[in-house]
Design a protein around this ligand. Structure first.
Ligand code: BES
Ligand code: MN
Ligand code: ZN
Length: 517
């Protein structure tokens, strides 16, 4: 998908289709909106007719078409110069950048397979209270690029869709050209990186082995000038990374610890380490999961793949801080060589783990990755991303990630980034109660607890042991990392079936904005 910015107004037949936004009309029949007069002229009165017959309601969700999202009304131009799409933004009082993101995705999805290759958005119709031209243009870019993405690698037949989007400024916004162009260029790079991330995260476990993730990292290193180090099972044994080794032991695909370094855009910048859980398949191991619970476990690498995406975005956008990415990759399978309940493993920093449940494997691999990141790079901050617990999904649902940190500045920065990118995040508490629960009788910590209480938070308390006093934030992305056939219809239209790429825009935005303040 290409995204261009043009000074013309979008109705000047720049494209096969043009799209304009409409706010939801109120109960009392409202007069024809001023903002649609140009559209009405271009269609010789057809837009007004559709409005008057109440065909256009401006709803942000069309119950008849949940996968598409917002309400769309398609009007053909009598002059034969393509079609005009009116897209609902929902109520004016609730208007925000997210409304635009969803509207853009809805239009792109609604046009899929319907003969429109090029599409122009009339930018001025997407600008409103609290959403500037730049913010609207960013959201249109996000929505269009992410909304168009589908995982089709293994499909022999695919439907063509919109390939080129033009953000049309028109006379009203011509002054904003430079700012809009800059914003769109940045957001386009980000959105393309999210697409790249989704494509890797969607790969099935037979293909996306730990070594394959290492290859992806090396390829990124080459393309974007990152330093990449891959520790294989021999090296991991020398380093005494007993956690990653134990989890990976049951699989023929050996584990990998993958490190990427981006030097930073400013000289005296701080160092941020980003650590990701990269379980290429989580069967549960000897503590085997029941069949249905296993069906989406190729997505258990989503945290690690998001780290690849964040490093790719950091290098592309030249974010100010130095960024170190650490991916903890292993496949969790049961076999004669698998680790077992009762085993005690020694991790990189010397701390020991009593394994009580081989299905609580994420925290075991992260123990090595966090320990290594902190000891080796002495970062100013550590952020980890992990599809860590089913408890997170129960607590916060399929759309929201859990944030656990004792550092208020980090929390504030990440929550602000979440508000800006529309990736929902909710802070959860961490107390001595949770710390007490993860203590072990035979080792320093245990990886599971006999009572099911606060599963997301005991997992976080476990991780904290391996970070020490470095400011640290944990993002449990078990819920929002992917969508399924069942959950997709409740998700924003820019998220299609499968990997979401959750965290890439969020953490990258944080890296950019936290350096400013
Ligand atoms: N990968 C799972 C968590 C998960 C569940 C992610 C559902 C996405 C959707 C993780 O490794 C796991 O199995 N966690 C266990 C921990 C328990 C055994 C302490 C869980 O949450 O049930
Ligand atoms: Mn598990
Ligand atoms: Zn897992």
């Amino acid at each position: 998908m290409k995204v261009l910015v043009d000074r013309r107004d979008g109705l000047t037949a720049l494209a096969d289709a043009s799209a304009s936004a409409v706010f939801e009309r109120s109960e009392k029949s409202e007069g024809f909106p001023h903002s649609l007069e140009a559209e009405d002229r271009a269609t010789k009165g057809l837009v007004r007719a559709a409005w008057e017959r109440r065909e256009v309601r401006g709803r942000k969700a069309d119950p008849a078409n949940p996968h598409v999202g917002a309400e769309l009304t398609v009007v053909h131009r009598p002059d034969g110069r393509g079609r005009l799409v009116l897209v609902g933004l929902g109520p004016r009082e609730q208007f925000q950048a997210e409304s635009v993101r969803r509207a853009a995705a809805s239009v792109v999805k609604g046009l899929k397979g319907r003969g429109a290759r090029t599409l122009a958005f009339r930018l001025s119709s997407f600008v409103g209270d609290g959403v500037s031209a730049e913010a609207a243009a960013r959201a249109l870019t996000d929505g269009a690029v992410l909304g168009a993405y589908e995982f089709s690698k293994y499909q022999t037949k695919t439907e063509g869709g919109v390939e080129e989007v033009t953000i049309a400024l028109g006379e009203e916004l011509a002054r904003e050209e430079a700012g809009v162009k800059k914003a769109v260029a940045e957001e386009y790079d980000l959105a393309e990186t999210v697409v790249w991330t989704r494509e890797v995260a969607n790969l099935p476990a037979d293909t996306a082995t730990p070594e394959r993730l290492a290859e992806e990292a090396r390829a990124l290193g080459k393309e974007f000038g990152l330093k990449v180090t891959v520790f294989d099972e021999k090296k991991l044994a020398e380093m005494r990374c007993g956690g990653i080794l134990a989890v990976g032991m049951g699989s023929v695909h050996p584990p990998r610890l993958i490190v990427l370094e981006y030097p930073g855009g400013s000289k005296r910048g701080r160092t941020v380490a980003i650590v990701g859980k990269g379980i290429t398949f989580d069967s549960g191991g000897i503590s085997l999961k029941p069949g249905l619970a296993m069906s989406n476990m190729k997505f258990d690498k989503s945290g690690a793949v998001a780290v690849l995406g964040i490093l790719r975005a950091a290098a592309t956008l030249k974010v100010p801080p130095r960024v170190v990415g650490v991916l903890c990759c292993a496949e969790n399978l049961p076999s004669g060589t698998a680790y077992r309940p009762g085993d005690v493993v020694r991790t990189y920093n010397g701390k020991t783990i009593e394994v009580l449940n081989t299905d609580a494997e994420g925290r075991v691999v992260l123990a090595d990755g966090l320990g290594y990141a902190v000891a080796h790079y002495r970062p100013d901050e550590v952020i980890d991303l992990a599809t860590l617990t089913g408890a997170e999904v129960v607590a916060l649902g399929d759309d929201t990630a859990g944030l656990v940190t004792t550092d208020n500045a980090l929390a504030q920065g990440l929550l602000a980034a979440s508000a800006a990118t529309g990736e929902p995040l909710w802070r959860m508490p961490l107390s001595d109660y949770h710390r007490e629960l993860v203590k072990s009788e035979v080792a320093d910590v245990r990886n599971s607890i006999e009572i099911t209480v606060a599963g997301m938070l005991t997992a976080a308390a476990f991780l904290e042991t391996f970070v020490g006093s470095t400011p640290w934030a944990h993002l449990d992305i078990a819920g929002p990392a992917y969508t399924t056939k069942e959950t997709r219809k409740y998700q924003p239209p820019y998220q299609n079936l499968g990997a979401v790429g959750f965290g890439v825009r969020l953490v990258t935005r944080y890296l950019i904005d936290s350096a400013r303040s």
